[in-house]
Design a protein around this ligand. Structure first.
Ligand SMILES: [Zn+2]
Length: 209
């Protein structure tokens, strides 16, 4: 999947330079209010703007709140991640705790490591939920991305898609979805339990997975 990020929402023709000015129609955007990533989860929608700035609301893809293109600048090509189909599965639910966080300012492949807290701080944190996270963090291998590290938009979304999230992008204020994990899952389940799927040719069946 390739995404063209930061296309002008006004003329749909130019691209925004580093100061937020369209190369074609010269429309000027305040880059602090230009969405870099939109995420839908069980609790609602979140818009990541970069620089650690984010907005959230109680929206769904069909009725976005924080990610409403009428009130938020969402350039064509902005990636949309829908975690809801993923968290319906065991893998997706555990990814909530195992997966890394996102830093939308990172480039693909970059990892922002969680700084290892001092021994005293670790002791103090042992008894609460954050302490539990630290324990998971330590138990994971040094070179692996852990749940307290941050990764780029592309790497963050790839991790979620792997466990069943829906991915798409905004174009003209509308979401264009690239996959349909719920339908794909239903098709796999039908293939597993349906008597018509029991073929003498095991290889054909295997290809479904
Ligand atoms: Zn333009």
């Amino acid at each position: 999947m390739t995404f063209v990020a930061h296309t002008c929402n006004n003329c749909h023709n130019g691209t925004l330079d580093c100061e937020g000015v369209c190369s074609n129609c010269k429309a000027a955007y305040d880059l602090r209010s230009v969405a870099k990533l939109v995420v839908f989860g069980e609790g609602g929608d979140t818009v990541e703007y970069g620089g650690g700035s984010r907005g959230s609301g109680y929206g769904r893809p069909s009725n976005p709140h924080a990610a409403d293109p009428k009130t938020t600048i969402i350039p064509d090509g902005t990636i949309v991640l829908d975690k809801r189909p993923a968290v319906e599965t065991k893998d997706g639910l555990s990814w909530v705790f195992r997966g890394p966080m996102v830093n939308v300012d990172l480039k693909e492949g970059e990892i922002e490591r969680c700084p290892t807290p001092s021994y005293l701080l670790q002791e103090a944190l042992k008894t609460n939920a954050y302490g539990a996270l630290l324990a998971i963090h330590r138990s994971q291998q040094e070179h692996e991305v852990t749940s307290l590290d941050s990764v780029s938009i592309v790497d963050y979304c790839a991790g979620w898609v792997k466990v069943g999230a829906r991915i798409g992008h905004y174009e003209g204020g509308e979401i264009i979805w690239h996959n349909d994990p719920r339908a794909e899952r239903a098709a796999r389940e039908r293939a597993m339990v349906g008597p018509e799927s029991v073929t003498p040719d095991g290889a054909t069946q295997k290809e479904l997975f």
